[in-house]
Write a new protein. Structure first.
Ligand code: ADP
Ligand code: MG
Length: 316
């Protein structure tokens, strides 16, 4: 069992505080791609996955603004759109970086569906905020018109739509990528898969699958993908150099090499925030529990050193 899955965070793809333009996304990816190309020189199989939070937010807003003329599309379709958009971006810039670095590998984006259970408790209790903030009046209308669940965010003074975040149970395109790797093609191809955690789908009685209005946590999906492909390493790349205890407080300590037990204890104690660092650590521990060999959390500049055991938070 060898190989690496790199999970790129939404923030590694798009810098906070930018103008959100395509040009800027390309510039950001042009900074990320040479690092990935360096990793690609040394590691095979190499598989990439990515988040899509900011990109889905933009599509939701476009839906809203265009509603009078163009019918809005459901969340699963928006998820598929972001896989195409981000896959294209990574594919374009990484291909360029690979050529420059004279690494003879090609990049391939796989539109990916992730199966979730229709009886997942998440469907009865939506928790994941998506889209913009609404006024109280808007919130009332949206609840009535679409049956959305909205909550009041006291700190930021607005209402936000919540959608279910069910647990990923199976990556439907996994078998295809597994065949590719088994055929020894992992040295040649770098697949980009399960973007945004994959398009959430549920199995129907007739054996088919339908998309559902939900979002899947990309970190938990990354652990699933790494496991389904039998990869030995999982690297979650975000906008901080690792995980810390006492994060943002006095006594803050960045973790380097760390054991599974202390990490699980800190997770249970709430050291890693829900919805950000929490799911990464949970995903890493789950990956290791199910046979993964090494888990790393770090940022893009530190990734090569983290893979050599010299930076980032590392768990074996
Ligand atoms: P991504 O888009 O990469 O998934 P997230 O924003 O979801 O990024 O998660 C990364 C963020 O987690 C960091 O920017 C940091 O603010 C936050 N975070 C919360 N708890 C911790 C912690 N204990 N150590 C490090 N970062 C933490
Ligand atoms: Mg995140």
């Amino acid at each position: 069992m060898v190989g690496l899955l790199v999970a790129l965070g939404g923030n590694a793809l798009q810098r906070a505080g930018g103008d959100g333009s395509w040009r800027e996304s390309r510039q950001q990816m042009a900074r990320v791609a040479p690092v990935l190309a360096e990793v690609a020189r040394q590691v095979a199989p190499l598989v990439i996955t990515h988040g899509n939070g900011p990109q889905v937010g933009v599509l939701l807003r476009e839906n809203e603004l265009a509603a009078a003329e163009v019918p809005a599309r459901p969340l699963d379709v928006l998820g598929a759109e972001t896989q195409g958009q981000i896959g294209f971006l990574v594919q374009t810039e990484l291909t360029r970086a690979l050529r420059r670095a004279r690494v003879a590998r090609s990049v391939l984006t796989v539109v990916s569906r992730t199966e979730v259970r229709p009886d997942d408790p998440a469907f009865r209790r939506p928790t994941k905020p998506v889209g913009r903030f609404y006024t109280e009046g808007e919130a009332r209308l949206l609840r009535k018109e679409h049956g959305w669940v909205l909550v009041h965010d006291v700190a930021r003074g607005g209402w936000r739509r919540l959608v279910p975040s069910p647990r990923p149970v199976r990556w439907l395109e996994g078998h295809a990528v597994r065949e590719l790797l088994r055929a020894g093609l992992g040295r040649r191809w770098i697949p980009i898969v399960a973007g945004g955690g994959g398009i959430p789908v549920v199995r129907r009685r007739d054996g088919g699958y339908d998309g559902v209005e939900a979002v899947i946590d990309k970190d938990l999906a990354a652990a699933l993908v790494a496991r389904e492909l039998g990869l030995s390493e999982l690297a979650i790349v975000t906008d901080v150099r690792g995980a810390a205890v006492n994060f943002g407080r006095s006594g803050e300590r960045w973790l380097g090499e760390v054991g599974r037990e202390p990490l699980a204890r800190w997770l249970a104690q709430g050291e890693f925030a829900e919805g950000s660092m929490g799911p990464k650590i949970e995903a890493g521990l789950e990956f290791l529990r199910r046979g993964g060999r090494r888990f790393v959390v770090t940022d893009i500049p530190s990734l090569p050193r983290a893979l050599r055991g010299e930076a980032g938070t590392r768990v074996t």
